[in-house]
Design a protein around this ligand. Sequence first.
Ligand SMILES: Cc1cc2nc3c(=O)[nH]c(=O)nc-3n(C[C@H](O)[C@H](O)[C@H](O)COP(=O)(O)OP(=O)(O)OC[C@H]3O[C@@H](n4cnc5c(N)ncnc54)[C@H](O)[C@@H]3O)c2cc1C
Length: 213
Amino acid sequence: MAVTQRGAAIERLASREFDLLVIGGGIVGAGIAATAARAGLAVALVDKGDFGAGTSTASSKLIHGGLRYLRLGDVRLVREALHERRLLTRVVAPHLIRRLPFLFPLYRNGPYGPATIQAGLVLYGAFARSRLHRLASPERARERVPGLRLDGLRSCGVYADATTHDGRLCLANLRAAEEAGSVVLNYRSSTRPGHGSTSCGDSRTPRHCRRFG
Ligand SMILES: Cc1cc2nc3c(=O)[nH]c(=O)nc-3n(C[C@H](O)[C@H](O)[C@H](O)COP(=O)(O)OP(=O)(O)OC[C@H]3O[C@@H](n4cnc5c(N)ncnc54)[C@H](O)[C@@H]3O)c2cc1C
């Protein structure tokens, strides 16, 4: 944020009343602020450090449906995750999501047999509305991954998830929050000194603390 905009944001934070204070500018806080501001609430968001500097820029960067949760029987979770991924990919941030195919080698004496994996992939593919999910022969898989060890390889599961730039996705949500009218400030910590009030101060200069709300 430019210094002049930052000054104006600090001023607004100190002088206005808000319906909602979001503490933390990671992906969760950014998403909440954007959604709440779009719904018409007066929203402020503060982060004691830089935006997205927590786990939201240290993730595996996958937008996945959680194939492994099928093994645990959590079909509802997988279905919901794949539905959200579809929305993210097609509507919310198509410019930030990229399809990522995976190869799942199934070796003799491995924990899973081809029949189990095929059943899981058929279900995962149906929820994802994708036809990629299937088994491939070792030779076919080797064409895609030349370094693949063929010794003991029975078959390979093929499926697709997606990848994103997690930091940019977080910033895109913060921008959306700001465009919808939120006050968004980094390097601003939050404490709750007494009943019914919350104060925010510059976390780089802790002695400077202002009250609002
Ligand atoms: C290795 C790894 C891999 C992952 N892989 C995936 C994946 O593939 N797919 C997936 O969906 N998720 C994945 N996750 C999980 C995902 O990254 C987290 O669920 C997500 O980042 C949590 O976001 P958050 O906003 O809750 O927290 P954070 O990103 O940590 O944000 C919290 C923010 O709050 C701020 N804060 C804390 N206290 C205060 C305070 N008092 N005042 C002001 N600010 C404060 C912090 O500075 C921080 O910026 C992964 C996580 C890890 C670690």
